[in-house]
Design a protein around this ligand. Sequence first.
Ligand code: COA
Length: 422
Amino acid sequence: MKALEGVRILDMTHVQSGPTCTQLLAWFGADVIKVERPGVGDATRGQLRDVPDADSLYFTMLNHNKRSLTLNTKDEKGKQVFTRLIETCDVMVENFAPGALDRMGFSWESIQEINPRMIYASVKGFGPGPYSECKVYENVAQCAGGAASTTGFVDGLPLVTGAQIGDSGTGLHLALGIVTALYQREHSGRGQRVLAAMQDGVLNLCRVKLRDQQRLAHGPLKEYSQYGEGIPFAQATPRAGNDSGGGQPGRILKCKGWESDANAYTYFITQAAVWEKICDIIGRPEWREDPDFATPPARLPRLNEVFEAIEQWTMTKTKYEVMQICNPLDIPVGPILSMQELSEEPSLRETGTIVEVEHPTRGKYLTVGNPVKLSDSPSEVSRSPLLGEHTGQILQEVLGYSAEEVSELREAGAVGQEDCTS
Ligand code: COA
């Protein structure tokens, strides 16, 4: 039995943030019914298409293990079906623009009346406040949540990161809120509203930068490279380049082959506890005792010199050799791995973190499987549904409509025609 078996999710999500959340719940065993507009579906089905007429990787990689029902929730008969779905499901998840569900005629109050046990979970760009009505996308959230102002180099532009901390990060936060609300419902018998705002989620992930904002009031941030370089601090937490956030100086350094390989680099942390070992491997044993280098405070104004010397050594090794040499010595290093390398990494295939999936219209593709492993609830990855693939099945088996009623709903345009032939 899967951890969330028996939990039925009414999945009104689209694009990335909401689908990330419901995909996780599906991997943990929930029955996720994705409701999409007839004939249209989640807009990502057609975005960034690589194979003509096939659902895009954007869609397939975010919607595994779900069923698809096409339903016009603005049509009167469609609203009746939607009401039955609310009655039947445990959790409703949505990430529409603010107010969209109210405009369909389904306010939180009316949803509670239909099903007092319903957990109604939403992703929005902002929480209540001046921006609560705004539509928000990934990079907007990264900027509004503090990530961009603290990413990049001190003398350069704010930068967004490739990790989708606004969309997927908020989806993760929402999933935790949902399972917490399900747990509380065990005792209270009542559902509740769950909100994860993208700005809040990004800010939560930038917690250490708010820490540094407050530390600034008590003097310069000495572990930031700019301190050693004599660059004065302004009033806000600055961009820290590739400095490590934990107070131990770290940088990205060139490795063998860097001239032709954009990812021949390693992250290297000069952790105080292993300083002597670092001195030995880079051929600077004299720095172990030298008062200019022997202690962390003495090294702070000389970090450029320190890392240049380390880089002279890392440039003689591949990023993997650096790891092989440093790991047994407890020197923290990390190779910069490309998407190509990750997709070919056998250990990730073995754990199910990278999975090959067969899809009827696009063929085989790679995806990231469930990154959270439960010993009693292993996740299998099954392909994303075609648009409306399960409409008839859900209407009959879950909601109890007869075949005739399903035909009537189709003729009325309340549900889609997509799976008529199946
Ligand atoms: N039947 C009928 N109508 C449907 C429907 C269905 N099954 N599913 C959606 N719709 C309607 C909605 O009700 C809405 O109509 P309205 O404008 O009359 O209220 C319309 O489709 C479009 O929804 P909307 O959410 O406004 O889409 P959008 O493309 O304009 O905006 C976002 C996209 C992502 C910007 C917006 O949804 C948003 O800000 N979401 C919250 C934050 C978020 O999750 N952002 C990250 C996305 S990865």
